[in-house]
Design a protein around this ligand. Sequence first.
Ligand code: PLP
Length: 171
Amino acid sequence: MESGSQVIVPAYTFVASTLAAVHQGAEVVFCDVDSRTYNLDASKLERLINEYTAAIMAVHGHGQPADMEAITAVARRHDVPVVEDNSQAHGIRYLDLVTGSIGNAAGASLNQSKNLPAREGGLFTTNDEEHVTTVRRMVLYGEDVLGPRSRKRGNKVTERWGDLTSDGLRR
Ligand SMILES: Cc1ncc(COP(=O)(O)O)c(C=O)c1O
């Protein structure tokens, strides 16, 4: 993230949501929450967005989906990406979607206190191929390493890292 970048985070969330932004060297800008849902209040978002805003983080707190329709509408108007913190809302539906699949990317904790626990670890989800490549490199020391079921046809590589886990479980 560029120096001076800001990430808008709901004023009520677990501290780790903010630390993700701090870890990237960003300044955290707190946005007030809705008094009924305790999630990000989209009506208070717009006035916090400026030229330094690098992302809006929507947290789905306590299994309650944030108002993604309103949040993404504001974000689109300002061309700001939305990152979902889906740590407390695995498998939660929002309209005809599932949380963690609505913004540009999402993170979800799998620690032992979560509804979907794996003792530790987490999930990253996105529909953006570029983010997929970046994140794969991040977890593999910058290397482009193919998964066990990746295929190369001509110049095109079909990567199947997702299958690593599901295959492992099936066997
Ligand atoms: C909303 C939220 N974000 C992030 C985290 C951090 O997850 P982890 O402990 O896996 O880093 C948690 C839980 O710990 C959480 O509840």
